[in-house]
Write a protein that binds this ligand. Structure first.
Ligand code: NAD
Length: 439
């Protein structure tokens, strides 16, 4: 099938490369000329395991993948046209749909009377499909056009997105048109996954419901970690005992410094906003967002309790800046927020991340921050080392050995990555989240 992708970010580029890998003819379009030039040269705009090899193969060897800035060519190409542009949160917490609408209008401008399906993969609030249709028609002007709209929300996880696209738990497709649903079903049929066919509003809501539920699970265990700290329980054991109940499951039950990233914070907020617009106060989500904010403060309070609120003269090592492991994405990263708080209180920071150093440097600058090229070097002369992203390699470090280079032997483990008993018996002070420490 001929497929067009609008927007070559995490979702668009990965989806385009994967569709080409499945044997389809794909044209990807982005308005960012530099990004497009780089992808043509095989330089990826994002760090995602396996993506560079996949794009190089489908683009240069198998020649089923092209990338362009030319809307006319892109729109003429695809039977299915996927909108994968960003929908960041705006200042009121709602989704900013301006990129989606400008893409829709541009698509309309080049549509002809040949049938196509315009599919929204971007996460958009319920009801957006009506506006997408309006903008397409606005772009088309007085021309006769022949299209349907559909919703196909994306569930891939950064860091494992190529695997996820090939092994999804489910595919969700929503449309009022049987023809559109059938075309999309054809695209995904070969995956061994249930296909949920529904109307447009349900498909749009499913994505928000899933993300808000996962964020709720995280905030729940984070709140439990506070109870654990106050009662002598260990949140890891509580999570284990809860998660073994197969009605609950073990995933998203890791207490830590809170959820971040380009999706959960904005999607929870946007769903809350949507509910308000429909005159419903979704109080549970308010609690989820509050708990997430409080969790960062509780963590910083542990630091203040140890060192006081003025951190001038102290040097801290920071392990991890990405919002989670496996990605270079720092959008709404809690690690970055904690770094800002520590720097704001006067500390000098030696920071390291296996993938996100460049993005972090762009966001944080060099004031008070030294960017290090290895995890081990952040221990030098540190008054404490902080684990802020759960990269597995940080769990493998020899803390007993590395602590010899530190000024004070203290670990703040914001992701509960380490075994406190081992760290303490190696001679370090350990501060985790909701852990039992009196062995
Ligand atoms: P992104 O910011 O990485 O990429 C968006 C791309 O769209 C950019 O390259 C930008 O230049 C391009 N763009 C903007 N306006 C355009 C236009 N008018 N025409 C063509 N291109 C345009 O975004 P992302 O992380 O890939 O997210 C895209 C959407 O998918 C969002 O709605 C997001 O919520 C959703 N989503 C993201 C993830 C994720 O893990 N990142 C997962 C599931 C769903």
């Amino acid at each position: 099938m001929n497929i067009t992708i609008i927007g070559t970010g995490y979702v668009g580029l990965v989806s385009g490369a994967v569709f080409a890998d499945w044997g389809h003819n794909v044209v990807c379009l982005d308005v960012d000329k530099k990004k497009v030039q780089n992808i043509k040269k095989g330089i990826m705009p994002i760090y995602e395991e396996g993506l560079e090899e996949l794009v190089k193969r489908v683009q240069n060897i198998e020649k089923r993948f092209r990338v362009t800035t030319d809307y006319k060519k892109a729109v003429e190409h695809g039977k299915l046209i996927f909108i994968c542009v960003g929908t960041p949160g705006n200042s009121q917490g709602a989704a900013d749909l301006s990129y989606v609408f400008s893409a829709s209008e541009a698509i309309g401008k080049y549509l002809k009377n040949e049938y196509k399906v315009i599919v929204t993969k971007s996460t958009v609030p319920v009801g957006t499909h009506n506006k997408v249709k309006e903008y397409i028609l606005k772009g088309a002007g007085s021309k006769k056009v022949n299209f349907d709209v559909a919703s196909n929300p994306e569930f891939l996880r950064e860091g494992t997105s190529i695997y996820d696209a090939n092994h999804t738990d489910r595919v969700v497709i929503g449309s009022d048109s049987k023809k559109a649903l059938n075309l999309l079903e054809r695209l995904y049929k070969h995956l061994n996954a249930p296909i949920v066919k529904t109307n447009l509003a349900s498909a749009e809501l499913i994505k928000y419901a899933a993300n808000a539920f996962l964020a709720t699970k995280i905030s729940f265990i984070n709140e439990m970690s506070q109870i654990c700290e106050r009662t002598g329980a260990d949140v890891k054991d509580v999570a284990l005992g809860m998660g073994l109940d197969n009605r609950i499951g073990p995933k998203f039950l890791n207490a830590g410094i809170g959820y971040g990233g380009s999706c959960f914070p904005k999607d929870v907020e946007a769903l809350y906003r949507t509910s308000s617009e429909y005159f419903y106060d979704f109080r549970l989500l308010r609690g989820v967002m509050d708990a997430n904010e409080r969790q960062k403060i509780y963590f910083i309070e542990k630091v203040y309790k140890k060192f006081g609120t003025n951190l001038t003269g102290l040097t801290f090592g920071i392990l991890g800046l990405a919002f989670k492991n496996g990605t270079d994405d720092i959008r709404k990263s809690v690690a970055i927020e904690i770094v800002k708080m520590l720097r704001g209180a006067g500390a000098v920071l030696n920071v390291y991340d296996p993938a996100a150093l460049k993005n972090a440097k762009n966001a944080l600058g060099v004031n008070g921050i030294n960017y290090r090229l290895s995890s081990k070097s952040v221990f030098n002369k540190a008054d404490a080392v902080f684990i802020l992203t759960e990269w597995p390699e940080f769990a493998e470090l020899n803390y007993a050995h590395l602590s010899k280079k530190m000024r004070k032997k203290i670990i703040f483990d914001g992701r509960n990555l380490l075994n406190p008993k081992e760290v303490i018996s190696a001679g370090l002070d350990y501060y985790g989240i909701g852990r039992f420490l009196n062995f």
